[in-house]
Design a protein around this ligand. Structure first.
Ligand code: SIN
Length: 282
């Protein structure tokens, strides 16, 4: 099967046309998708409804999927599926309702952060005939490449701590109430290089986000927070961004090493949005 790859025209993002993800893919077709994915950092497939089984089978081609703990609403059927939704049943949210409030990369606070995420739109929020709730993605490779030689030299070899507590603080400051106590107990933080070398492409990626990066080791507190602020602002310059306008059934995959992302909460809380996500661990 020959696929059509339609780049967004920006620093990252491409649509892949012609892949039937409802069926197991042959090696040659998967190789085209894999190549396009690592080249464009964010890819999407649209126009075809997938089941959870299709979603899991396809994303597992990229590596081991993270299985979620008991308590995850789909645990009994699909522990690999993380639900992102504002929908409530019997007064309780059926999934994560604050995923993507801040620029972040999934699982940065884990010793083995996520490598690849795949988010599928089961229900998109429509207001006055327009689909809202876009997701923005920023290329951390393009951001790294655009740094000045002196900044590249300054940050070379630095290590940063990524913490769930940072996210908790920021989430609470934004007025959202959320209980992170189990995550805080099990996996509070992890240290990663500020500049990661991508395990597949070998490209350098700036691994720093507003949502999770708490401090840079070896720097005084002020200098550490100033540098985090400078780099995170740099990473989200418009020229590094692809903005995904969702359609129902879209499956969007992103590279968690070479990109960061942020959701857009521009629809009323009562307008339902339902997404299923799988993640490949690194
Ligand atoms: C996420 O941050 O994983 C979810 C992004 C979104 O819901 O748009």
């Amino acid at each position: 099967m020959t696929l059509q790859i339609k780049p967004s025209g920006g620093a990252l993002g491409a649509e892949i046309i012609g892949a039937d993800l409802t069926q197991p893919l042959d090696e040659a077709t998967f190789a085209q998708i894999r190549d396009a994915f690592y080249k464009h950092e964010v890819v999407f497939f649209r126009g075809r409804e997938l089941s959870d089984e299709d979603h899991i089978r396809f994303s597992a081609r990229f590596g081991e999927l993270r299985k979620l703990k008991i308590g995850n609403p789909l645990h009994d059927h699909h522990p690999e599926i993380f639900v992102v939704s504002n929908i409530k049943k019997e007064g309780k949210h059926i999934g994560s309702y604050d995923a993507g409030v801040f620029w972040h990369t999934d699982g940065a606070y884990l010793a083995r952060p996520h490598a690849v995420s795949a988010l599928r739109a089961l229900q998109v929020p429509v207001v006055d005939g327009r689909v809202l709730g876009d997701t923005q993605f920023a290329s951390s490779t393009a951001a790294y490449d655009a740094l000045s030689p002196s900044m590249k030299k300054r940050i070379d070899g630095l290590q940063a701590v990524h913490s769930i507590l940072r996210r908790l603080d920021k989430t609470q400051q934004s007025g959202i109430k959320k209980d992170y106590s189990s995550a805080v107990k099990s996996d509070p933080e992890a240290t990663h290089p500020l500049v990661r070398t991508h395990p597949v492409t070998g490209r350098k990626c700036l691994y720093v986000t507003e949502g999770y990066t708490a401090r840079i080791l070896g720097l005084p507190e002020d200098e550490s927070s100033d540098l985090i602020a400078e780099l995170t602002q740099h990473c989200i310059k418009p020229e590094f961004i692809y903005r995904h306008h969702w359609q129902q059934y879209d499956l969007v995959m992103w590279d968690d090493c070479s990109t960061t992302h942020k959701a857009t909460f521009d629809y009323p809380e009562t307008t339902p949005r339902l997404m299923h996500r799988t993640t490949v661990v690194s």
